[in-house]
Design a protein around this ligand. Structure first.
Ligand SMILES: Nc1ncnc2c1ncn2[C@@H]1O[C@H](COP(=O)(O)OP(=O)(O)O)[C@@H](O)[C@H]1O
Ligand SMILES: [Mg+2]
Length: 315
């Protein structure tokens, strides 16, 4: 059996009284893409910070290729590439000069350094902008340069913490494609996101994290089987005030298991959509809410999160 490149063993992190991470355990196999999927504040960045030696765990431990983040952090750093959430670049020098700076920090020099820089620029799609000052870059290009920095020392596993938040769709597409092509070349990836579409597209396995705990993990198929016996009904009613409260009221109807509302959509879960539809429609008619569209959805990760927490995954 192929070994694990990463093993997190019962990681906890307290910030004074506050417990940000409460016993997170998971493994990533060699060459696997594993996503931590969870809403803002779930504990994704804190978990990554412990796995990469930036924060020391309150208790528990993690191993990268067998090396403990507590005892062998220097060995761990040789194995991992880190793409942090915030940008770590010098704006007034070029992309290439940034890479050169960071490459020297990890002990590269001479021909090897310039070759690795070329490869990293190529992978991140920035080769044609290598000589431009970073301050002229879009947010998406800076993120891609951050990824390039993380790749310089040819890590066995790369950690990407919400790399697509707040950037244009084109850069987002590029980053997702970069993750896939790195993985096709054998690199393991730990990816964090609160976008279920990204987790679905990229991951071999997914851990759903909420309030500092992994509440479920498995392949997408395994996770959606957890709600397989439930239908999710999505009703678009347009932007209205108090859509959350509206959802809570619907939740009280018989046979509705869970409900939430956001961005003009009501999402309802029931064992059998057909059994509840007429009552839902009647209820909305009574309170003079118009239904713009209605569909019954296949189980997806959003439905899994709703099923497990009774809340929406998005912010
Ligand atoms: N240095 C810190 N001091 C106190 N609380 C923190 C610190 N870092 C994170 N937290 C809190 O821990 C929780 C998890 O944060 P974080 O790991 O950043 O979540 P995520 O990355 O999933 O959005 C949040 O409630 C956050 O406010
Ligand atoms: Mg975070």
């Amino acid at each position: 059996m192929a070994g694990f490149i990463l093993k997190a063993d019962n990681l906890h992190k307290n910030f004074d009284e506050f417990k940000a991470v409460k016993g997170v355990s998971f493994e990533i196999g060699e060459g696997e893409i594993y996503s931590l999927l969870g809403p803002n504040g779930a504990g994704k960045t804190t978990t990554i910070s412990m796995l990469t030696g930036l924060l020391s765990p309150t208790s528990g431990n993690a191993y990268l290729n067998g090396f403990s983040v507590r005892e062998d952090v220097n060995r761990v750093k040789e194995i991992i590439g880190v793409v942090p959430q915030e940008i770590a670049l010098y704006p007034t020098i070029s992309a290439r000069e940034n890479l050169s700076f960071w490459g020297k920090m990890v002990g590269l020099k001479g021909k090897q350094l310039s070759e690795r820089i070329d490869i990293a620029l190529e992978i991140s799609g920035l080769a044609d902008r290598a000589k431009d000052q970073v301050e002229t870059f879009s947010g998406g290009m800076k993120r891609r340069l951050n990824i390039a920095v993380g790749l310089l020392h040819e890590p066995k596993i790369i950690f990407m913490d919400e790399p697509t938040v707040g950037i244009d769709p084109q850069s987002r597409r590029r980053i997702l494609d970069t993750v896939k092509s790195l993985n096709e070349n054998g690199m393991a990836v730990l990816y964090t996101t609160h976008y279920m579409e990204e987790a679905e597209e990229l991951s071999d396995r997914i851990g759903i994290i909420d309030h500092g705990k992994l509440i479920a993990q498995g392949t997408q198929e395994e996770l959606t089987q957890m709600v397989g016996e439930f239908d999710t009904i999505k009703l678009n009613i347009g932007e209205i005030e108090n859509i959350e409260e509206r959802a809570k009221k619907l939740c009280k109807l018989p046979k509705i298991e869970n409900a939430f509302g956001e961005n003009g959509d009501l999402m309802l879960q029931a064992r059998d959509a057909n059994e509840v539809l007429s009552e839902v429609i009647e209820h909305l008619n009574n309170v003079k809410i118009k239904i713009h569209s209605l569909k019954i959805q296949e189980p997806n990760l959003e439905a899994v999160f709703l099923h497990l927490t009774g809340r929406a995954l998005r912010d």
